[in-house]
Ligand binder design. Structure first.
Ligand code: GUN
Length: 288
């Protein structure tokens, strides 16, 4: 029997429709949610991500502005820009597109964003808040995965969840979000000895390592939920995930495809975080 395919595009569409109403509600109260995106250098993938983020903001009713710096820009100029955006009342969310050029100190830049506008959830304080169960903003990709699990009524509490991947953007925050919801967590890496022994015991398997089709059917427990965060380009130009979709979909209970799975959720959750940031400002101003 084939797995149920979790349609990220459809879920992203329904989440955006729901949150568009919340954005419209804010506009009626005189607050237009605003997002500032900072991009340094001319990495082609980053340029596409930023373009997609701006387009998505327009569609949902979020004001957005892009601050571009050349690849040889000084870090202090970027910090100055962030400082101004921290103080700008029209901006509710600030995002620094990664990667930054090698002469930048990522943590110095990201921690200069005020925690209340850190809609990527990458600030060290916000990551600490997440770890202690007090998240302010959830990092967008793992947040999107949680929404996909929720929309499919997938049980988390008491289940064994295995995350393969330890990045600060996906693997680590993903593990803490699942832990917060009562899963028993295992974090593996692409180098884990006898990885299959771990993945085969997973009720929920999340893979985010960037290795095309690394997870094969025999590594998956029958009926498991398999979430593929990988996006890899094959030599023939086609996209594929870290999971071998064709074989694993014969074994899993639920599976996300690539493309059309987790991908569409990431920008969606950025929009949600930006609207949430604006709602908090609105709630605060209506109290005083
Ligand atoms: N680069 C790759 N993914 C992301 C992301 O989610 N946010 C930012 N800011 N940069 C990225």
């Amino acid at each position: 029997m084939g797995a149920h395919i979790i349609d990220g595009k459809a879920i992203a569409g329904s989440v955006r429709a729901e949150w568009k109403l919340r954005a419209e509600n804010l506009v009626k109260q005189g607050i237009t949610p605003g997002l500032a995106v900072i991009i340094v250098g001319d990495d082609p993938a980053s340029s596409i991500y930023v373009r997609n983020k701006v387009k998505a903001c327009n569609e949902i009713g979020i004001y957005s502005e892009v601050h571009r710096f050349s690849g040889d820009a000084l870090q202090e100029d970027v910090l100055l820009c962030i400082q101004k955006l921290n103080e700008n009342v029209q901006i509710h969310g600030i995002l620094v597109q990664l990667p930054l050029p090698p002469h930048f100190d990522n943590n110095a830049v990201i921690t200069s964003i005020t925690t209340q506008k850190d809609v990527d959830g990458f600030h060290l304080y916000n990551l600490g808040a997440l770890v202690t169960g007090n998240a302010i903003f959830l990092p967008c990709t793992p947040y999107g995965v949680m929404v996909m699990l929720e929309k499919n009524n997938i049980l988390i509490e008491g289940q064994h969840a295995v995350v393969v991947g330890r990045s600060n953007i996906v693997g680590k925050p993903m593990a803490f979000m699942l832990l917060q919801r009562g899963a028993t967590m295992t974090i593996c890496t692409s180098k884990t000895r006898d990885l299959a022994a771990f993945t085969r015991s997973a009720d929920i398997l999340v893979v985010a390592v960037g290795k095309p089709k690394m997870i094969q059917a025999e590594m998956v427990k029958p009926g498991a939920t398999v979430i593929d965060v990988g996006i890899n380009r094959l030599p023939d130009g086609k996209l594929c995930g870290d999971v071998d979709f064709d074989s694993v979909s014969q074994v899993a209970g639920y599976i996300t495809p690539v493309p059309g799975g987790v991908g569409p959720m990431t920008i969606t959750m950025l929009l949600c975080n930006t609207i949430t940031a604006a709602e908090r400002v609105q709630a605060h101003t209506s109290q005083v």
